[in-house]
Write a protein that binds this ligand. Sequence first.
Ligand SMILES: Nc1ncnc2c1ncn2[C@@H]1O[C@H](COP(=O)(O)OP(=O)(O)OP(=O)(O)O)[C@@H](O)[C@H]1O
Length: 291
Amino acid sequence: MDAMTQQAPTIQHHRDGTAEPAAGSAAARSAATGPADQVLLAVDRISLRFGGVNALTDVSFDIRRGEIRAIIGPNGAGKTSMLNCINGFYHPTDGAITFKGERRAHMRPYVAARGGIARTFQNVALFRGMTTLDNIMTGRALRMRCGLWRQLVRLGPALREEIEHRQVVEEIIDFLQIQHIRKVPVGRLPYGLQKRVELGRALAMEPDLLLLDEPMAGMNVEEKEDMCRFVVEANRHFRTTVALIEHDIGVVMDLSDRVVVLEYGRKIADGTPAEVKGDPAVIKAYLGVAH
Ligand SMILES: Nc1ncnc2c1ncn2[C@@H]1O[C@H](COP(=O)(O)OP(=O)(O)OP(=O)(O)O)[C@@H](O)[C@H]1O
């Protein structure tokens, strides 16, 4: 099917009655989340090569504080490579990334995570034998101040700290409406709920920038609607800036404030969902591409 013409569920039709008008919703979110033109992260002329493969070539764009920014493109366009450069998994061959005003040729993943960049993956990456609660708790690890010994014996400050972290985690569990599975090992959960737990773990890091790699992939219509709602609400409620890769163009049009389009590792368009959707280069890139 031509991906540009896919009709994804609009986010007006939630089962719980919450509404998100498709038109004007971006403006409403911007108003709620702060100055729209403040750049949180800027990608400046990034190139990435793997041997003879040019995964990314001279790509530049920025992500503004408080926005939902989509990165789209046909298969192999370089979307995941771009997320991997942003969170330090890959080191670009050329170019630089500026995050919160600090310019770097590349970052180490733990520096990116400590600096406030959280990430979910195309394939769920959770501890399958651990409960929902414990998986989300691992999202707090970077924020723990007490050393391992104090945490093990759970003395004074360590106990107080654990209670603080638990409160944050419980708030996220309530927010994502997963109270009923808090003690269930995630390996036993259906795929849609596992994706929700993964979102919870990323939110537990209280990130400034949340990178979502195909958060709705493999979900049914209902699960997609739920995930759309949680992404929008996380953006509003926790004021988290979001950059997401998504193949479902209907979802992208509904969720995003701005969209950057890649093809064969190059940027071919950048703008509002309406601008991008009408761009001849984008239409050409998607024609005949099945997802
Ligand atoms: N670790 C790697 N080693 C070699 N080549 C790679 C590696 N990672 C990505 N590539 C190549 O870089 C190009 C871009 O891949 P990437 O996964 O970033 O695209 P994508 O847009 O995320 O694709 P998809 O939508 O299929 O997930 C592809 O040609 C891919 O084969």
